[in-house]
Design a protein around this ligand. Structure first.
Ligand code: FAD
Ligand code: AMP
Length: 479
């Protein structure tokens, strides 16, 4: 192994492994240091996303949705399914196989592109050097022309609910439950809490979500959040807002949770409790005090818009820096940084990052919300189209929700899109592309959409921006 590389990446999650692959594609000698080990003590690539995040959660969401479909939604098609059962260990095994396949795939991509994977814990030293400590405590120092830190994030723990990984579990534990809890408490009705609550709720748990804030999904467009809340309630998720958990104690094989809400102090007992109150950057013990790196007030590594830290030739990307904690945000930052190291003029459009909640229906968003635009005094127009008026959604018996497009009132430029509905994650991407190209709502409205597709709801919402929707009665008439 050489003792100096053009680029050394710390962390092989979606930010780090993508940065490493792109750097190698650009002809830079590249190593990626990763501390995660598999059961056999071998380096495990893919980070949170592939191992305990995006991919395993989606695998369980898909399995549990198929089960719920068979149990609840096939009769309307004239299909009879008698007493569908769920084999939880088999469901987990399927998920584990997908994770193994994908993490192994990254190893293959590293090999193909000539990225050297180094097993160990990396630390940035002054003078663009990386200290790597392997699992046996052996230390080596590698020289680096450039360093990309992609150390990711870890779940936030709160003192009132200490995770014991048996009864009180975090998001990782919630992907490993071997049986369906009868009563499941979830602290935090954010993205991860809603996805994991939905998995186990569909499989039969009585799910109670305890959320400290009075507002539901405050970062989402309020109209979409309200519609999503209505649908989740119909599905049986008991979401209690304004409810702050103050204690959780394991007693006789159950978790006794105390919380305060408008009704005063209350106590509830659950079979399992998931703590899903957010994630924090993994920025501790990552750099030497004389390395020139600093943290911001929330513990993120301080970077500018190009992900440059305050130390020359040291970059940081992904969850360990400011911005939404999303896999694709980190990956794009990784590509930008690799290209800039290679001398290209890359930059990142932070205004155009989609975010999704993978419940059913999905909730997806890009750009500004209506409440943001109002607060900032931006003149805007809104076009809304309900899936109840979409032929394709009705044909699929999946017609809850709506598409909303927001455009500037004067120049018609699309400012945001918010969807709750079937395939919202894929539909919103059409608007992400339109926004990336600086499209107006009229550009989308003048585009030909295939029929019958769910995408037509996006088209109709774009038409509705100027009161031209065809398949609903427009509220406002414009020429
Ligand atoms: P990570 O994926 O956390 O990877 C960092 C890597 O660095 C890890 O492998 C870690 O072991 C390694 N590392 C850390 N420190 C060191 C060190 N000193 N030396 C060597 N290695 C080190 N995002 C989405 O976009 N879509 C989703 O659907 C989605 N679902 C999620 C579901 C769950 C349950 C969770 C928990 C997260 C989900 N996320 C989702 C968030 C997503 O997983 C993260 O945003 C993403 O993984 C961040 O990528 P990253 O590369 O910055 O960090
Ligand atoms: P997210 O950051 O999207 O994962 O959401 C985490 C949610 O957990 C936030 O909405 C927080 O308000 C919520 N939360 C944090 N601490 C508590 C607590 N003690 N009780 C209930 N909810 C909490």
């Amino acid at each position: 192994m050489p003792d100096k590389y053009d680029v050394v990446v710390i962390g092989a999650g979606p930010a780090g492994y993508v940065a490493a692959i792109r750097a190698a594609q650009l002809g830079l000698s590249t190593a990626c240091v990763e501390q995660w080990l598999d059961a056999k003590g071998k380096v495990r690539l893919g980070g949170t996303c592939l191992n305990v995040g995006c991919i395993p959660s989606k695998a369980l969401l898909d399995s549990s949705y198929k089960f719920a479909e068979a149990r609840d939604h096939l009769a309307v098609h004239g299909i009879t399914v008698k007493d569908p059962g769920i084999d939880v260990p088999a469901m987990l095994e399927r998920k584990d196989k997908i994770v193994d396949q994908l993490t192994g795939g990254i190893a293959g991509l590293f090999k193909h592109n000539g990225v050297t994977a180094i097993s160990g814990t990396g630390k940035v030293l002054s003078g663009a050097r990386v200290e790597v400590t392997d699992k046996d405590g052996k230390v080596q120092v590698i020289g680096a022309g450039n360093i990309i830190i992609a150390a990711g994030s870890v779940p936030v723990n709160i003192p009132p609910a200490p995770v014991d990984n048996k009864y009180i579990i975090d998001s990782t534990g919630a992907l490993e439950l071997t049986e369906v809890p009868r009563r499941l408490g979830v602290i935090g009705a954010g993205v991860i809490g809603l996805e994991l609550g939905s998995v186990w709720g569909r499989l039969g748990s009585e799910v109670v979500m305890l959320e400290a804030l009075d507002d539901f999904l405050p970062m989402m467009d309020a109209q979409v959040a309200k519609e999503a809340a209505r649908i989740y309630k119909q599905q049986g998720l008991d979401i209690r807002l304004g409810t702050r958990v103050t204690g959780a104690e394991v007693k006789d094989g159950a978790v006794v949770v105390t919380y305060s809400s408008a009704g005063g102090e209350k106590v509830e007992t659950f079979d399992r409790l998931i703590v899903a109150v957010g994630r924090k950057p993994r920025s501790q013990e990552l750099f030497a005090s004389d390395s020139g790196l600093t943290l911001d007030e929330r513990g993120y590594i301080f970077v500018n818009d190009y992900c440059e830290t305050e130390a020359p030739h040291v970059f940081a990307v992904g969850d360990v820096v400011r911005g939404p904690m999303l896999a694709h945000k980190g990956s794009e930052e990784g590509i930008m940084v690799a290209e800039r190291i290679a001398g290209k003029k890359a930059q990142m459009n932070y205004d155009c990052i989609p975010s999704v909640i993978y419940t059913h229906p999905e909730v997806a968003a890009v750009g500004r919300t209506e409440q943001d635009l109002k607060a900032d005094g931006v003149p805007y127009k809104a076009g809304v189209f309900p899936f109840a008026a979409s032929g394709r959604a009705l044909a699929s018996n999946d017609a809850q929700g709506l598409v909303k497009i927001l455009a500037h009132a004067e120049n018609d430029r699309i400012l945001g899109c918010h969807i709750v509905g079937p395939s919202a994650a894929d539909l919103v991407q059409q608007v992400v592309i339109a926004m990336e190209f600086g499209s107006s709502a009229e550009d989308l409205a003048l585009t030909v959409f295939g029929h019958p597709t769910l995408s037509e709801a996006v088209h109709e919402a774009a038409l509705a921006v100027d009161g031209h929707a065809i398949h609903i009665a427009n509220k406002k008439k414009r020429s």
